[in-house]
Design a protein around this ligand. Structure first.
Ligand code: NAD
Length: 516
């Protein structure tokens, strides 16, 4: 069937306009009146409380309770998977266009409620105004883009004719799956990784991060408002120790759509590979994992532009992006000049509450805060601390934007993902050495180059091993449908969210041959 929707465009950001930012403060005040509520599980369309709760607190002001989410228990895993199993045949049998319309509707509701959603992001994750709006915009984009992409999978796939026979290859849903998103793009990745399998006819159990469960409850309200049938998307909030293995290993869950750390991803990979007693199929895992993303700056680069891009890529959302620049690799000839420019810009960053739209806000929780400070303390022994390196303020999980130079390329700071506002600056002898350093970790997610030389840009295109390479711009902020996102190596299975092949992952092809 032809695509009935208007052409896809990325949802624009507007909060950079002062009058919009001012108006957003009113939405934040309204949002504050919704804080502290209880949010249920949603299983087969029923709202369920369990007598157990997980609390979500504002990382910028830890005394502020964002809400309590019901903590699912072991029995709810079976109930949720059963609800998804019950709903799948009818949902999967619907015409693609009906499911695509449901996504278009989700996008429209989120567009109408964008400032309410953005306010939740500010309170629950400590996103400043632009980061919050961008996350909402990305969630809208995923729905709009996948609605249109789904229509391309509705047809019989092109194959060659064979005399005397009819041959058709068509796509069908895989079945029931588990969706496990991280907390950092709390709305966008959660929505994107859930609606992609759903639009292609699968049903899912969504298990959000216990660090940001409230936005998931809000999303389920929108799912209900959009008219999704009961059981198509089921929500289990709760503790990973109770839910993680139980969902991954469940005999009826056929795929796991995971985004998160390498450590968790590898556990899921291993557990999903093992066949359980009543399991009659191979589980598929889609694992989008961490990064140790590098920006290379050579001696021909526009150093002011490079410093702007480095600081934006490193400290946007406190460095808590899989795409965040955590290594700045600079050719010796301009190393010191760039260092000064980066420091000047870092000194201008404001650290404070997300509600006040600070540049750098609190990191997500105490565990992450302690982990980041641990990285910083260990790095102090071997590298040169140029700026930051300590807690920044009271009241929340604030860490100063931190820069180390003279970092040993083999050290922990140069090799491991910190996932916080910490940058390792590495000195390269020349451009060849810079590429070698950039490729010298187990990750291959995002990366970038600042250079004015055409042949170096061409070499970087070929030789820098990352799933998303950015030239002469910042290395974060991929756009759905424009920059399909996902890496290689330990950065994951390269499913390329927001790309033209993504939906195909959640479908199986069937070929029928009839001889006449
Ligand atoms: P995480 O691995 O701690 O958690 C990810 C999800 O897995 C959460 O929902 C968590 O509750 C769940 N989980 C934890 N233990 C589990 C278990 N044993 N079984 C099943 N589920 C379990 O990661 P995080 O801290 O939430 O997210 C940050 C990480 O995600 C970083 O490494 C970041 O680079 C990565 N990330 C990658 C991408 C990408 O597209 N490649 C995008 C965003 C974030």
């Amino acid at each position: 069937m032809q695509n009935p929707f208007e052409p896809y465009i990325n949802e624009p950001y507007t909060v950079t306009k002062p009058e919009v930012a001012e108006a957003f403060k009113t939405h934040l005040q309204e949002g504050a009146t919704r804080l502290g509520q209880d949010w249920p599980l949603v299983i087969g369309g029923e709202h369920i409380t369990t007598g157990h709760w997980i609390e979500s607190h504002d990382p910028c002001n830890t005394s502020r309770l964002v809400g309590r989410a019901a903590a699912a228990q072991a029995e709810h895993v079976d109930q949720a998977v059963q609800a998804a199993l019950d709903a799948q045949p009818a949902w999967g049998a619907r015409p693609m266009v009906e499911r695509a319309r449901a996504l278009a509707k989700l996008a429209a509701i989120m567009r109408r409620r964008r400032w309410e959603l953005a306010a939740w992001e500010v309170y629950e994750a400590g996103k400043n105004y632009l980061e919050a709006e961008a996350d909402v915009a990305e969630a809208i984009d995923f729905c709009d883009y996948y609605a249109r992409q789904a229509m391309t999978l509705d047809d019989i796939l092109p194959t060659h004719d064979f005399k005397g026979e009819e041959n058709t290859t068509t796509l069908q849903p895989v079945g029931v799956g588990v969706v496990i998103p991280p907390w950092n793009f709390l709305l966008a990745i959660m929505v994107g990784t859930a609606v992609a399998p759903v639009v292609t006819g699968n049903t899912v159990v969504l298990k959000p991060s216990p660090k940001t469960p409230i936005i998931a409850g809000v999303f389920m309200d929108i799912v209900h408002e959009a008219g999704f049938p009961a059981g198509v998307i089921n929500l289990l909030t709760g503790e990973d120790a109770v839910l993680g293995d139980a969902l991954v290993e469940h005999e009826h869950t056929r795929f796991i759509n995971f985004t998160g750390s390498v450590a968790t991803g590898l556990k899921i990979h291993e557990k999903a590979a093992k066949i359980r007693p009543n399991q009659q199929f191979l589980k598929k895992t889609f694992l989008e994992l961490g990064g140790k993303d590098a920006l290379i700056v050579d001696e021909t680069a526009d150093l002011d532009a490079a410093a702007d891009a480095a600081v934006a890529s490193a400290f946007g959302f406190q460095g808590q992006k899989c795409s965040a620049m955590s290594r700045l690799i600079v050719v010796d000839a301009v190393h010191d000049a760039l260092l000064e420019r980066v420091k000047t810009r870092m000194e201008r960053l404001t650290v404070g509450e997300a509600t006040d739209n600070a540049d750098v806000c609190a990191v997500i929780d105490e565990t992450q805060y302690q982990k980041i400070l641990g990285f910083i303390d260990r790095a102090k022994a071997t590298a040169t601390l140029e700026l930051g390196g300590a807690p920044a303020r009271e009241g929340g999980w604030y860490i100063q934007p931190t820069l180390f130079s003279n970092v040993d390329p083999d050290s922990e700071l140069a090799q491991e993902e910190v996932f916080g506002p910490v940058v390792a600056m590495l000195r390269a002898r020349d451009f060849d050495h810079a590429i070698e350093l950039a490729n010298g970790t187990r990750y291959a997610l995002t990366g970038g180059l600042f250079s004015r030389l055409r042949d170096r840009i061409e070499r970087a295109r070929q030789e820098v091993r990352v799933g998303n390479l950015y030239i002469n711009r910042k290395i974060t902020g991929s756009l759905v449908g424009t920059q399909p996102f996902g890496g290689f190596d330990m950065s994951g299975t390269n499913s390329k969210a927001g790309g033209p092949d993504y939906l195909r992952l959640f479908m199986e092809a069937k070929t029928v041959t009839e001889r006449f």
